[in-house]
Design a protein around this ligand. Structure first.
Ligand code: PHE
Length: 469
């Protein structure tokens, strides 16, 4: 007879990635998303490039990567999803499992609106395929954007399509679902990114774009920009809500956490930089502004594609790329919730995936509808600003994003860093870090970052989010 506590301490055999590379592809799939291809270019554009990029890179190294190692390490050690993991490591009554619950809640919150925005990328792919953007001038593209967002039918339809795609991958399990599709979609993603960068390299705007992204333009960098860089390093690496923890729980104990974290962080950063190099040359080439803000991808870029020879095809490649990037991130969000109900409540994966997928679809309906007139009626900037936390308290999509990006993720990451740095036994921590690692000598540096630098960095983001600094 098994009680629920025993279910946690003695669960059915856990699925594992078939190799370290499989983990890297899946985790990079989670990390690389709308945050890289849409948000990073536009915040770089708004913060003047150069110095902002440098500070972002420092934030990735000193704040985000130490947290990523901590998260994956918790998952790999406990071999469980967030809530169950804290129970295994700290006892059934541990208060730390609150961090796990927060992560599961964040999965529902984030995926519900992420899917709506991912739906737009599907719709834009369809538009590129069926009519292209050729011949459309600025006002026409803006009108098209407004029209799409004012139509609840379109938003609901693509939200449903995207959730069905996500569910059908996750339902097949870690091995035949997540791993298999990461192996197919991630190379496809890299290929599309390279093709677009090469295409952009052939345009007149490329030199200007290089200078913009890598040149020193300190004049536009503000303290708020620095905090934005830290906050973004967090979101873009899928940290703070247990996505990396859950993927880490499918890792075997002998797999090296540090090397894999560096690989995932490196790939994610590479894609963000390449995204800039494929978007800005085309933007500059068409004589448009890099600092257009959130509308960069949904408005400026279609206008620019409309002027490019073969633009319809490149627009199609670009929006399919965005959809693929969003899909591999969405899979990881759904997996957190599914893995949780399987580990803690003993549900079967199939039932868990279908039910949770349906619930998230429903939770996303208000976001899909707020894609209609209420929020977006012609206000293009507001319409696109909502995804990553610029606006506050206007509508569902807006509110959900604000809650997740500014509160849940920083709080979760903060908690996980504190747990590993101060609560977890030193011997267990050291052994887990060093197991199979080529980077064992980084141990004390990592602990030091986790103890002092990470909490300070996250706290700063946090205080900024509530307007105190
Ligand atoms: N990292 C993803 C992106 O850049 C978003 C994400 C956040 C995915 C948290 C999973 C968990 O778009």
């Amino acid at each position: 007879m098994s009680t629920s506590t025993q279910t946690i301490s003695r669960p059915p055999p856990r699925e594992h990635w078939s190799s370290g590379l499989a983990f890297i592809l899946a985790a990079a799939g989670s990390a690389v998303g709308l945050g890289n291809i849409w948000k990073f270019p536009y915040i770089t554009g708004m913060n003047g490039g150069g110095w902002f990029v440098l500070i972002y890179l420092i934030a990735v190294l000193c704040v985000a990567l130490p947290i990523m190692v901590a998260e994956i390490l918790i998952g790999r050690t406990a071999q469980r999803s967030p809530v169950a993991a804290f129970r295994v490591l700290d006892g059934d009554k541990s208060a730390w499992q609150g961090i796990g619950w927060l992560g599961v809640a964040a999965a529902f919150v984030i995926l519900s609106y992420y899917s709506v925005v991912a739906g737009w990328t599907l719709h834009y792919s369809w538009l590129a395929l069926s009519q292209g953007f050729e011949g459309l001038d600025g006002p026409a593209v803006k009108a098209l954007f407004g029209q799409v967002h004012a139509d609840p039918g379109i938003n609901l339809f693509w939200h449903a399509v995207f959730m069905i795609l996500t569910v059908s991958i996750v339902v097949a399990g870690v091995h035949r679902g997540v791993e298999r599709w990461s192996r197919i979609l991630m190379p496809l993603l890299f290929f599309m990114v390279l093709a677009l960068v090469l295409r952009a390299a052939g345009t007149d705007g490329f030199g200007r774009a290089l200078d913009f992204v890598f040149g020193a333009h300190s004049d536009r960098l503000t303290p708020a920009g620095v905090l934005e860089a830290v906050g973004h390093s967090f979101f873009t690496l899928s940290l703070g809500m247990g996505a990396m923890l859950t993927y880490g729980s499918y890792m075997r104990a002998r797999e090296d956490v540090v090397t894999t974290s560096l690989a995932v962080g490196g790939l994610d950063t590479l894609i963000s930089l390449l995204a800039c190099l494929m978007i800005f040359p085309i933007i500059f080439g068409a004589g448009l502004e890099p600092s257009a803000g959130p509308g960069l991808v949904f408005i400026s870029l279609p206008i620019a594609f409309g002027q490019l020879p073969g633009g319809a095809l490149w627009a199609l490649v670009f929006f399919v790329l965005l959809a693929v990037a969003a899909l591999t991130s969405a899979i990881s969000l759904l997996e957190v919730a599914v893995s949780h109900t399987v580990d803690v409540h003993g549900w079967k994966r199939r039932r868990a995936t279908l039910l949770i997928g349906a619930v998230i679809f429903v939770v996303g309906v208000p976001s899909a509808l707020s894609g209609g007139t209420a929020l977006f009626g012609g206000d293009v900037a507001a319409a696109t600003a909502v995804l990553f936390g610029e606006g506050k308290g206007k509508n569902w999509l807006d509110l959900f994003d604000y809650l997740a990006s500014n509160w849940m993720l920083p709080l979760g990451g903060f908690g996980m860093a504190l747990f590993v740095a101060w609560r977890m036994g030193g011997a267990a921590r050291e052994q887990a870090f060093k197991a199979g690692s080529r980077f064992a000598r980084l141990y004390w540096g990592w602990v030091w970052l986790l103890r002092y630098v990470v909490p300070a960095g996250v706290l700063a983001v946090f205080l900024h989010a509530i307007g105190l600094i």
